[in-house]
Design a protein around this ligand. Sequence first.
Ligand code: ADE
Length: 271
Amino acid sequence: MTIDVVSIFPEYLAGLQLSLIGKAVDRGQLALNVRDLRDFTFDRHNTVDDSPYGGGAGMVMKAEPWALALEEILASRPGDVQAAQPSGGAQPTDGAQLIAGAKPTGGAKPTLIVPSPAGEVFDQRIAEDLASRQHLVFACGRYEGIDQRVIDWAGEHFELRPMSIGDYVLNGGEVASMVMIEAISRLIPGVIGNPESLTEESHEDGLLEYPIYTKPASWRGRDVPEILLSGNHAAIARWRRDRRLERTAEVRPDLLARLSDLSRDDQAALE
Ligand code: ADE
């Protein structure tokens, strides 16, 4: 998979080089390119924003730098839409700050994720769906957002996905993009060493995780539940499922309401 990110704060994304995602990049399972939007401006102040038509508070990100950045990303894909030449002035050179060499992917339209509190709410199901894509592009807006015309234009060249990470407002799309990139990239086959660790996680099957314990068996007067020391795998599996059901019913009854296939044992655990 190739992930391109465009931001006026490319340093924000440096954290992605750490840990599992950094290793996936080193192993060539993921190509991650971060571009600075200001590299696609040609005035002395590298202006990326202006006041909103119609008035109102805050600033709006200008269309042209976004179009140039996205065209450069499209042009890096052989066999895909040929990028239009920027209208007049200097041409951007290679604005990409390469964290790892991008592998051109070609084929289907790349997916453009525009983080926004007005987007569809991102969840594990969407992460799984996006993990199957060849090429994801994250457009990190700031200020009040991006001129709608470039979003509409991008919809002709990309699979457009405005995406919110929850019902609250952040200062920009960088942190939201990092959240989504982490959730998606850990689902790429081979990125997580032990794929079994993905199967019993919260949200994987609509239930929250069971509580977990490690040594010592007794800590400050609190003991690990005895059944976990029993060696009885079937009983442990049932105990864990019961705890998942209980926890979900208590903390996220909305998730439980969506489950249709609860067994009799499951229903007993909830009584
Ligand atoms: N940008 C600002 N707030 C956001 C949110 N909740 N989700 C995604 N992007 C955002």
